[in-house]
Design a binder for this molecule. Structure first.
Ligand SMILES: Nc1ncnc2c1ncn2[C@@H]1O[C@H](COP(=O)(O)OP(=O)(O)O)[C@@H](O)[C@H]1O
Ligand SMILES: CC(=O)N[C@@H](CCC(=O)OP(=O)(O)O)C(=O)O
Length: 298
C-alpha cells in the first residue's frame, strides 16, 4: 500500500470508528426516511441518497423509504393541461388527477428510487399502500380557520385521503428478508376508491405503525425557518402550532410539521426536518454528532 492509500484507509477507519457508536444506537431499529419531491434534485443527489439508504441497511439499520413527488405530479398535470390547486398544502384531487398521481408516484418515481437503491447492491421493493393491503385510507377531513373572522371552514379536497389503517405484516416480512421497502403514498378505501395522500402524512402513519426510532423528512430547505428565514434548530410542539397559526409555517411545510407533531405524540423519538439537497444528509444526520435541520421536541 502506498502512502496515499494508507492515508485514505486510515481516514476511513477513523470515520468508521467515529460512526460506530451511532450505528450501534440504530442497529435493528427502524428508521423511516421521507424523500420529498423537492429533495429529488439531480442524478448525483439521487445516487447519494440511494447510497445512504444502502449503507444504513448494511450497518444493520432497517430503513423504510416513503417518497413524495409533488413537483413531478405538477409537471405531468401541466403537460396534460389539467389544472391543479392546493388548499392548506394539499392538492385538491379529482378522479382524473388521482389517476395521474398514482401513475407518477407508484409508477415512474417509485421505480426510479428502487433502481437507484438496487444499483447500490441492495434489494429495494417498490410498493404503494395498496400492496399487501398495507394501508387503507378515508377521505380527508380538513378544516381551515380564517385568521380575521376566526370562522372555521370545512375543505372539500376531493380524493385526498388520510391513512386510517396500516398493517405492518408486509413490512415485517420485508425486514426479515433483508429487503428495503420504497413506498408511494397512494392507498384505497374499503370500497376500492384510490386516494392521493400527502407523502408526509403517509410517512408519519408508517412510522407510527412500525414504532420507528427515527423519522426524517428530506426537503429542499434547511429545516423550519422563522419569519427572517433563519433556521430554527429545535422546535417544541406548542411553538410549531403557533407558527402554523400565524402563517410563518405555510404551504407544504404545514403537513410536514403537523405529521411531526403527531409522530412525537405517538412516541416516535427523533423527528427531524432537514435539507435533502445536502449530499448524504441521511448519514450525516444519523451517524455524526452534527445533527442538521429542525428537531421537533415535545
Ligand atoms: N416556515 C417555513 N420554513 C421552511 N419552509 C417553509 C416554511 N413555510 C413554507 N415553507 C415551504 O415548504 C416547502 C417544503 O415543503 P414541500 O414543498 O411540500 O416539499 P417536499 O416536496 O420536500 O415535501 C419549502 O420549500 C418552503 O417553500
Ligand atoms: C394530497 C397531496 O397533496 N398529495 C401530494 C402527494 C405527493 C407529495 O406529497 O409529494 P411531496 O412530498 O413531494 O410534497 C400531491 O399531490 O402533490
Amino acid at each position: 500500500m502506498d502512502a496515499k492509500a494508507t492515508e485514505e484507509a486510515l481516514s476511513q477507519a477513523a470515520l468508521l470508528s467515529a460512526a460506530l457508536p451511532f450505528m450501534q444506537r440504530y442497529e435493528n431499529k427502524t428508521v423511516v426516511v421521507k424523500y420529498g419531491g423537492h429533495a429529488m434534485g439531480d442524478a448525483k443527489l439521487g445516487q447519494a441518497f440511494a447510497r445512504d439508504i444502502a449503507l444504513l441497511k448494511q450497518s444493520g439499520v432497517n430503513p423504510i423509504v416513503v417518497h413524495g413527488g409533488g413537483p413531478q405530479i405538477q409537471s405531468m398535470l401541466d403537460k396534460l393541461g389539467i389544472p391543479s390547486r392546493f388548499e392548506g398544502g394539499l392538492r385538491v384531487t379529482d378522479q382524473r388527477t388521482v389517476e395521474i398521481v398514482e401513475m407518477v408516484l407508484a409508477g415512474s418515481i417509485n421505480k426510479e428510487i428502487v433502481a437507484l437503491i438496487n444499483a447500490e447492491g441492495e434489494w429495494a421493493i417498490g410498493l404503494c399502500g395498496k400492496d399487501g393491503s398495507m394501508v387503507f385510507a378515508e377521505k380527508a377531513k380538513k378544516t381551515v380557520t380564517d385568521p380575521d373572522s376566526n370562522i372555521e371552514r370545512v375543505l372539500d379536497l376531493g380524493f385526498v385521503g388520510e391513512p386510517v389503517e396500516v398493517d405492518r405484516t408486509l413490512l415485517d416480512l420485508l425486514a426479515r428478508s433483508e429487503m428495503i421497502p420504497v413506498i408511494a403514498p397512494v392507498a384505497p378505501d374499503r370500497k376500492g376508491q384510490t386516494y392521493n395522500i400527502n407523502a408526509d402524512t403517509f410517512a408519519g402513519a408508517i412510522a407510527g405503525a412500525v414504532n420507528a426510532k427515527r423519522l426524517l423528512f428530506l426537503t429542499d430547505v434547511p429545516g423550519v425557518l422563522d419569519k427572517n428565514k433563519q433556521l430554527i434548530p429545535e422546535l417544541s410542539v406548542s411553538q410549531a402550532r403557533a407558527l402554523i397559526a400565524d402563517g410563518t409555517i405555510a404551504g407544504g411545510m404545514i403537513p410536514k410539521v403537523e405529521t411531526c407533531i403527531e409522530a412525537i405524540e405517538r412516541g416516535v423519538e427523533g423527528v427531524v426536518i432537514l435539507n435533502g439537497k445536502t449530499p448524504h444528509a441521511v448519514l450525516l444526520e444519523l451517524f455524526t454528532e452534527h445533527g442538521a435541520g429542525t428537531l421537533l421536541v415535545p
